[in-house]
Design a binder for this molecule. Structure first.
Ligand code: GYE
Length: 351
């Protein structure tokens, strides 16, 4: 009797243990479905999520915020596991984020390089690890004759030189209306982050185009960086206005945020932005449209930050082994908007 009882207890224990194990098993495979690194997901390729490491520049402008949202939302929509980092406009932070993505063996790395140079070592490390790299928005330059194109699959972004040319073209086309009777126009140029592709290229495009004017003469009197932020744009404009408030005809800003900061400085100096001082910016952010509709801003050249969906398509193509089909440069379509169009366009603006 004693023996039988003992056996029954042992049997019951074995049964309950195996049920427990069964339960644990099924819930285990359930959770590994959700988590891409689980055993079930690893053994079944169709369930394995693509992991994309994205090293963002920062959150310096309205453009950047819209760009970040676009990337995060489209990764979610595409079912891509996004590892995201914000470098606060510091190159060393971006480099360490990229190094951590390499260490984590992500499938693809994408980043928007804060400045053009200084990426040689980390791009080599990504290449050695066999991790494809996509450049978004800003370009890189390599040292010692190395070809940057050999280190990334594609560049997805805008033609910054063209944007600078378009800003100049607006002034060339509207000179007689904006500056009636004037033969010499003084321009103050608020540059973007020193060493960044958009600051270098927008300056080159604008400066070269503006001197082609035949009827009036445009002079770039001062040019200084406002680091693409509202606060620094305002500060630089303030310091210029202290001595040059009556000389300043045009403020050309490498992005709208700096122009919006400058509006405050201009008003504080007792001048009318958009009338006494003509403001031309780049990006096409909502704030610029609102300022244009209020008559305080004159023109914004569009630069499209909503490149998340295109980036996710590129990542999928790479993972499908179609890297060879991806062009080395993919550009977004952009327009130019003036005060006259601002009110009608405002409801259509997405950023
Ligand atoms: O124009 C500016 C941002 O790289 C195109 O960066 C981007 C620029 C954009 O801070 O607002």
């Amino acid at each position: 009797m004693k023996m039988r009882k003992m056996l029954a207890v042992i049997m019951a224990a074995v049964v309950s243990l195996s049920i427990g194990a069964c339960g644990a098993d099924s819930s285990g495979s359930g959770s590994s479905n959700a988590a891409p690194s689980g055993t079930a997901a690893a053994s079944n390729n169709s369930e394995k999520k693509i992991v994309l490491g994205f090293a963002q520049v920062g959150a310096e402008s309205g453009w950047r915020t819209a760009n970040t949202t676009s990337i995060q939302e489209s990764a979610k929509g595409a079912g891509i596991d996004l590892k995201f980092s914000d470098a606060q406009q510091k190159q060393e932070n971006q480099i360490s984020a990229i190094r951590s993505y390499i260490a984590q063996k992500v499938d693809v790395i994408a980043f928007s390089p804060v400045v053009e140079t200084g990426w040689d070592a980390v791009l080599q490390e990504a290449k050695d690890a066999g991790i494809p790299v996509v450049l978004t928005d800003r370009a890189v330059k390599m040292e010692g004759g190395k070809k940057a194109e050999d280190y990334y699959v594609t560049f997805l972004g805008s033609d910054f030189r063209l944007e600078g040319e378009r800003a100049a073209q607006y002034l060339l086309d509207n000179a007689s209306k904006l500056f009636p009777g004037k033969k010499e126009i003084s321009i103050y140029e608020l540059e973007g982050t020193v060493g960044s592709a958009p600051a270098i290229d927008r300056k080159e495009g604008f400066d070269k185009k503006i001197v082609t004017s035949t009827d009036v003469k445009f002079n770039i009197v001062k040019s200084q960086s406002g680091n693409f932020t509202r606060a620094e744009g305002q500060q630089v404009a303030e310091s210029w206005l202290k001595s040059d408030a009556d000389k300043m005809d045009v403020l050309f800003c490498h992005n709208d945020d700096m122009g919006l900061g400058a509006i405050q400085a201009i008003e504080a100096a007792g001048k009318k932005p958009g009338k006494d001082i003509i403001i031309v910016g780049i990006d096409g952010v909502k704030g610029a449209f609102e300022a244009m509709a209020a008559g305080k801003y004159n023109c914004s050249v569009e630069c499209n930050p909503l490149i998340g969906p295109q980036l996710m398509d590129i990542v999928r193509k790479i993972m499908d082994g179609k890297t060879a089909d991806i062009p080395k440069r993919i550009e977004s379509e952009e327009g130019v908007f003036t005060q006259e169009q601002a009110a009608a366009e405002l409801p259509n603006r997405k950023y």
